[in-house]
Design a protein. Structure first.
Length: 316
């Protein structure tokens, strides 16, 4: 079976690597245009492009796939190249562009999406982070037959994965990327024989994982400590959670934190204790303990190292 692939970041690269390793023919890959990266802002190819190029696969990088959009020449060139590649199915993983109807209808077997949640839970852009933020006990991978909606297509294969207490967005991403790679290979092997049963998504339990915004980074200490600790994990590594500490003129990034349901009777934001074990901050409900922090322009530090250069106000 001739498999086309559309994806951009590391999550997608692992899937493409697994597809190639399983022996499928991949004549063409779609990925986002090269982006500036690093201190020198040098144009850098995506992880998917780097892998495809290493395997001699044709790489397409249209700025849009809409024939009536802003870049019709890009879309027309991609349409001609995909038709020439004679793909039977298109696998899509974190590609970053909306697929118009002509793409969805081009392969005989349609387009299969590797989605990082157990649909219909967490449709949308940031399912990994929103699952952690919400305190979900589990997540997983759904292989979905794509349609014109936002993650609304029929489900073909699902595999669940527990979210453990110390998972952050980076660790859960890596687990789901590996699981997604295994799931898409299984789906592609079953597809030609008609062994995948299409299951419409339930009408109940639909939630949307909105894209993360930098404006979400500041921790609102009027919120419960349990929620704030989950946000620290969900926003690690990006956009990162930040907090304003008395005596410092800039917010600091919080890389690790835990929560306790202790009663304190102090206004939210009060520093209750600062010691080697952590910096305890009063919240509207419970205590947030900061374990690892980073000053702007500085390195990540344990709480013990951080407080050596900071005079903590309030109770100790």
């Amino acid at each position: 079976m001739r498999v086309g692939f559309a994806g951009t970041p590391e999550f997608a690269r692992l899937a493409l690597q697994a597809i190639l390793g399983a022996g499928f023919t991949v004549p063409v890959v779609l990925t986002q245009p090269d982006r500036p990266a690093g201190r020198g802002l040098k144009l850098t190819p995506s992880p998917v492009k780097q892998l495809a190029t290493a395997h001699g696969i044709t790489v397409l990088q249209p700025r849009s796939l809409r024939l009536d959009g802003r870049y019709p020449d890009d879309a027309q060139a991609a349409q001609a190249a995909l038709a020439e590649a004679r793909i039977e199915v298109l696998v899509v993983a974190a590609y970053g562009l909306i697929l118009p109807a002509w793409v969805l209808e081009l392969p005989a077997q349609g387009c299969l999406n590797i989605h990082g949640s157990l649909l219909p839970r967490w449709r949308g852009a940031a399912p990994i982070q929103r699952a952690i933020e919400a305190g979900d006990a589990q997540t997983g991978i759904t292989i979905m037959q794509m349609d014109a909606g936002l993650d609304t297509g029929d489900m073909l294969l699902m595999e669940s994965l527990p979210i453990v207490p110390d998972d952050n967005a980076a660790t859960l991403h890596d687990k789901l990327a590996s699981l997604g790679a295994a799931c898409i290979v299984a789906a592609l092997r079953a597809l030609p024989a008609g062994q995948l049963r299409r299951m419409p998504q339930p009408a109940e339990g639909i939630t949307y994982a909105s894209k993360l915004a930098k404006t979400e980074a500041p921790l609102d200490l009027q919120q419960p400590a349990q929620l704030l600790a989950r946000r620290v994990q969900a926003f690690n590594p990006a956009p990162g959670a930040t907090i304003c500490l008395a005596g410092l003129d800039q917010p600091v990034k919080v890389w690790r934190a835990t929560a306790a349901r202790a009663h304190h009777g102090c206004p939210p934001g009060t520093v209750l204790r600062a010691c080697a074990e952590g910096i305890d901050i009063a919240t509207a409900d419970g205590v947030l303990r900061l374990l690892e922090l980073q000053r702007p322009g500085g390195k990540r530090q344990s709480a013990a190292a951080f407080i050596q250069g900071w005079s903590a106000p309030g109770p100790t």
